[in-house]
Design a protein around this ligand. Structure first.
Ligand code: NOJ
Length: 553
């Protein structure tokens, strides 16, 4: 019996492989152009065969889609275009029957402007309790016609919008996403109810959107910060002193959440989306808070053995010190897909590249795919949880040439068409070689797919030796079989900066070796169990990862 991560069923999430479904782009069973819940249910056998431990569904709640569903009208319902609560329950039951856990997205920083609370706030006078659930303020300047502070929206433009009676409301994202006031007891209580609502329906865990923004310093006068967002991974103060992000008080909120999550058997898991530096990030992941927090430093690391090692060591030791388990992400619905990132020269301005329609600089797709596969095997060899974004198992590239008129991401319009946004990683999945929308669903998917998508479809790769889909399937199966605790040991052939090789060993004895140099390196001893690309004669070629088991003596 190979040793596994933990025998406690309650700890299933500590080293899970979680597959992110972006529901509107996954599978459109009713053919209306938008993916749906029934489509997820239909594809559970595919996910089971892929070997994932859990699915995380991005928001499927009623929404006008001003921000791809992260503008939530009602946190406790299903968008009628995506299905019903009954269909959601069926999906959960079917997933559980197949040994797959279900994680849902919780969006506590804001609601949509169509939410009953916000409608009530608009219909209520300044100073009313209904307005106090959000952040309404009088403007500045002689007639209050200037925003209350210089705070900017992440999506461009001021973070304040004026309402007809002259007050302004805060929205750190689109104007259709008014920020909630987490100092209001009713807001706090309501989210506890939402956690209970989904937990009662059998949901196993939660992904917490913009966890680091809930607690804000709204004392008067509001503190300007110079009108530019700090880069959250590198520039946010680490003492919690920013008025909007990563304030220490935010942890009280998650300690309250943990009590609710722990009132279930098994306790519900949670993972924070907090774009903050490692030392601050793990605070969200403490056992009395959420348990995990996404590590984005691994994702933004350049293709460098030294840098990857710094990120891996930093994440593992910080997680261990906090009593959390580490997390790894290469792609998600907010970033350029990793196959395309790795196809571009180091330091490429990704937005500039998107604006050029994916032509300048010219990506080297072959290198991109090779590195993406190698990075994936490296990620899946690490202790902790790996979050896999739908379509990366097909090796999908970013769709960089979407025409301006089809773009849906609010970033495009709000930045005055300066930032192209995130639509290119959200294009509906290709399931079949041919046919309407390559098997996604109806003839008119909500974002157009590129002509060659069918060749990357699940159908085209199924059973094909060496395909990216088969690589993921094999990797997930082996990862489970080979096991290992949450520790990692480096096998040093010399300083990583000089060898450009990442050779790590897990507690059960198996090893992963990635060659990030430009030349072949000698293949270490051991039985090869999986490789991201062809091996040479006793050598590991550049941009390749191999998994090794100790050779039988
Ligand atoms: C983070 C989500 O991942 C992103 O897609 C969304 O736009 C913002 N939070 C706002 O909810």
């Amino acid at each position: 019996m190979p040793p596994t991560t933990s025998d406690r069923p309650a700890d299933w999430w500590r080293q899970a492989v979680v597959y992110q479904v972006y529901p509107r782009s996954f599978r459109d069973l009713d053919g209306d152009g938008l993916g749906d819940i029934a489509g997820v249910t239909e594809r559970l056998p595919y996910l089971q065969r892929l070997g994932v431990d859990a699915v995380w569904l991005s928001p499927f709640y009623p929404s006008a889609l001003a921000d791809g569903g992260y503008d939530v009208d009602d946190h406790r319902d299903v968008d009628p275009r995506l299905g019903t609560l009954e269909q959601f329950d069926d999906m959960v039951a079917e997933a559980h029957g197949r040994g797959i856990k279900v994680i849902v997205d919780i969006v506590p920083n804001h609601t949509s402007d169509r939410h009953a609370w916000f409608q009530e706030a608009l219909a209520s006078p300044p100073g009313s309790p209904a307005r106090d659930r959000y952040v309404f303020r009088d403007g500045t300047g002689p007639d209050g016609s200037r925003p209350p502070s210089d705070w900017m929206s992440h999506f461009g433009g001021p973070a304040w919008t004026r309402v007809p009676d002259g007050q302004w409301y805060l929205h750190l994202f689109a104007q259709e996403q008014p920020d909630l006031n987490w100092a209001a007891p009713e807001v706090r209580a309501d989210f506890l109810d939402t956690l209970r609502f989904w937990s009662d329906r059998g949901v196993d865990g939660f992904r917490v959107d913009v966890a680091h923004a809930l607690a804000k310093d709204l004392s008067e006068p509001l503190r300007n910060y110079g009108g530019v967002h700090p880069d959250a991974l590198t520039e946010l103060p680490i003492d919690g002193s920013h008025p909007l992000f990563d304030r220490d008080e935010v942890h009280e909120i998650f300690r309250e959440w943990r009590k609710v999550l722990d009132s279930y058997d098994p306790p519900r898991s949670a993972v924070a989306e907090a774009w903050v530096t490692t030392s601050r990030r793990v605070l969200y992941a403490r056992p009395d808070e959420l348990g995990q927090a996404f590590n984005f430093e691994f994702l933004v690391s350049p293709w460098s053995a030294e840098q990857f090692r710094v990120e891996i060591d930093g994440a593992l030791s910080a997680a261990a010190a906090a009593g959390a388990s580490a997390t790894w992400v290469l792609s998600n619905h907010d970033v350029v897909r990793h196959r395309s990132r790795y196809a571009l020269p180091a330091g490429t301005d990704l937005n500039g590249w998107l604006l050029s329609g994916g032509t300048t600089p010219e990506p080297d797709d072959e290198v991109g795919l090779r590195r993406a596969r190698a990075a994936t095997l490296l990620m899946l060899a690490l202790p902790g949880s790996a979050y896999v974004y739908q379509g990366e198992e097909l090796g999908l590239p970013e769709v960089a040439d979407l025409a301006p008129e089809v773009l849906q991401d609010p970033i495009w319009a709000r930045t005055g068409r300066v930032e192209k946004g995130r639509d290119g990683c959200r294009v509906p999945l290709p399931w079949t070689r041919t046919g309407p929308s390559f098997g996604f669903g109806g003839a008119h998917p909500w974002l157009p797919q590129p002509a060659g998508f069918g060749e990357l479809s699940a159908e085209a790769q199924d059973g094909v030796e060496g395909s990216t889909l088969e690589l993921y399937r094999a990797a997930l199966r082996l990862r489970r079989e080979l096991g290992g605790d949450e520790s990692l040991q480096w096998v040093d052939a010399g300083p990583t900066a000089l060898t450009h090789v990442l050779h790590l060993r897990r507690s059960t004895g198996w090893a992963s070796v990635t060659n990030l140099s430009a030349a072949d390196v000698a293949l270490p001893a051991g039985e090869v169990v999986l490789t991201s690309g062809p091996l040479g004669d006793g050598t590991l070629p550049p941009d390749t990862t191999v998994w090794l088991r100790p050779a039988a003596s």
